[in-house]
Design a protein around this ligand. Structure first.
Ligand SMILES: C[S@@+](CC[C@H](N)C(=O)[O-])C[C@H]1O[C@@H](n2cnc3c(N)ncnc32)[C@H](O)[C@@H]1O
Length: 450
């Protein structure tokens, strides 16, 4: 069912969108007059179909040079809705598709459904703009299908939705299973996708803390997700940096003393580097990717902090028995930050975890070599996967010349629920849920024996 020209005209007037129908159908020749949905569509395609890019990069690529910030914000909301509710959206649409259309057409339909059922876009606007999006992107043949499916969804979607197990559908099956096996509650974790996580800031000692925050720890304050960080007093002057409370724990628990020689082995963008410097360490910050090292440098410049910056692979550096303390915040699947980065739910695949485990082990082995005898090392990952976390700590503990240095309740009195029997720290996004939760981290500490 395709909308008649008359209804098009009505809808166009209604939502103030200019007629931009291309004279040549099937060719994306002109600029889309609906940048919000075009950006959302291009981003989603890059995340899922073309390049498997992370959200941040895909969105950057999709933005026109002269993007209006309101379009960008609206597109972001739409993309995040797709990432958070992909399973539910697919289950809603499936009964209305006899055959699978091209993948891009499916995204256009899902973007339309997300607007109708979750983002309170008026139905007529969602349908009209979806049809136009299909036409503009070379899928004129499918405008009838897009229109018909969205109409059916607008009529039947809410009642179908009631019978769907949304939490289960929104978490990929392999992750659900692995979290279950790890003893976490995947259903509770899934519910966290429904709300925007708060923004935590780490302040320099003696900084003036802007109003509106709630103090979590000494220098750590929590603000609403709606706060415009760059407009907060003290941002330009480098008085604070953004850092989830759980992400601040690895550097905090390394317990650096004044003038100790400290290595931060996987450092960018540098939240933990800044903490180590603030604690008084002489910090060497290592990062493998030059673009990320540049970002780390810019962040430290804003904070007026200094570290020795090293571009290189932390697994093969020329240090021997050199550091009093090392932070190994290893590259990982990042499944612990799925609330802030829902793209990880879809980008990470089960069969990639083992190669991450191998990389982490190589870094662990190298890091021990860089450590002075008697020196301590904190290993951390923002992952909920046991193989990258608890199992790596077991591997670490059994290496010759290393012993575990368990954390104690005294060290972390404000979050004792995160202390495991073995003396590791395991934070979950569902901890402090009444305050807005936290990222999922695993942290373990070791000493190199004399
Ligand atoms: C989990 S992030 C680190 C976050 C950082 N510690 C912070 O708190 O801001 C991992 C970082 O390690 C870098 N990385 C990955 N493999 C590396 C390696 N072999 N050597 C050095 N850096 C590496 C990645 O590019 C990424 O910037």
């Amino acid at each position: 069912m395709i909308l008649s020209k008359k209804s098009y005209n009505f809808l166009k007037k209604d939502i103030s969108i200019k007629n931009h129908l291309s004279s040549k159908e099937n060719i994306r020749s002109d600029r889309n007059n609906d940048p919000t949905r075009q950006i959302a569509f291009d981003t989603v395609c890059q995340i899922f179909d073309w390049k498997h890019l992370p959200l941040e990069t895909a969105l950057k690529n999709a933005l026109p040079v002269d993007v209006d910030q309101r379009d960008k914000a609206a597109a972001y909301r739409l993309i995040v809705c797709i990432l958070r509710k992909k399973g539910t959206l697919e289950a809603l649409v499936e009964p209305f598709l006899k055959r699978s259309p091209p993948q891009q057409v499916s995204w256009i339909i899902l973007l339309g459904v997300a607007q109708i059922l979750f983002l309170e876009t008026p139905v007529h606007a969602a349908i009209y703009t979806s049809v136009e999006l299909a036409r503009h992107n070379g899928f004129a043949k499918f405008t009838g299908l897009v229109n018909a499916v969205l109409r059916r969804i607008s009529e039947n979607g809410p009642s179908i939705l009631k019978d769907l197990d949304q939490n289960r559908l929104n978490i990929p099956a392999w992750l659900w299973k692995s979290w279950n096996q790890a003893g976490f509650n995947p259903r509770q974790l899934a519910t966290l996708l429904d709300s925007e996580p708060p923004l935590d800031m780490h302040f320099k000692t003696n900084a003036t803390v802007p109003e509106g925050g709630v103090q979590l720890m000494n220098n750590h304050w929590r603000y609403s997700c709606h706060v415009k960080v760059e407009q907060l007093d003290g941002y330009q002057e480098g008085q604070f940096w953004i850092q989830d409370i759980a992400a601040s724990l690895p550097a905090y628990l390394l317990n650096v003393k004044e003038n100790e020689k400290v290595a931060d082995l996987c450092a960018a963008p540098g939240g933990k580097t800044a903490q180590l410097i603030q604690a008084g360490g002489n910090v060497v910050a290592v990062e493998k990717k030059s673009i990320r090292l540049k970002r780390l440098k810019e962040n430290l410049n804003r904070l007026q902090m200094d570290a020795v910056l090293v571009l290189g692979d932390a697994g093969s550096l020329n240090y021997q028995n050199e550091f009093d303390a090392i932070l190994l915040d290893a590259p990982c699947s990042a499944t612990g930050i799925f609330r802030r980065h829902p793209d990880v739910l879809h980008l990470k695949k089960e069969n990639e975890i083992q190669s991450l485990v191998k990389i982490q082990r190589k870094l662990i082995g190298a890091a021990i070599g860089y450590l002075k005898k008697g020196g301590r090392l904190v290993y951390s990952v923002c992952s909920l996967q046991r193989s990258e976390a608890e199992e790596q700590a077991e591997f670490f503990r059994n290496l010759p010349g290393v012993r575990a240095l368990p954390f104690t309740q005294k060290e972390i009195p404000f979050l004792t629920e995160a202390l495991t029997e073995e003396g590791w720290i395991r934070t979950l996004p569902s901890m402090w849920q009444e305050k807005g939760g936290m990222d999922g981290f695993f942290i373990a500490r070791f000493v190199k024996e004399d």
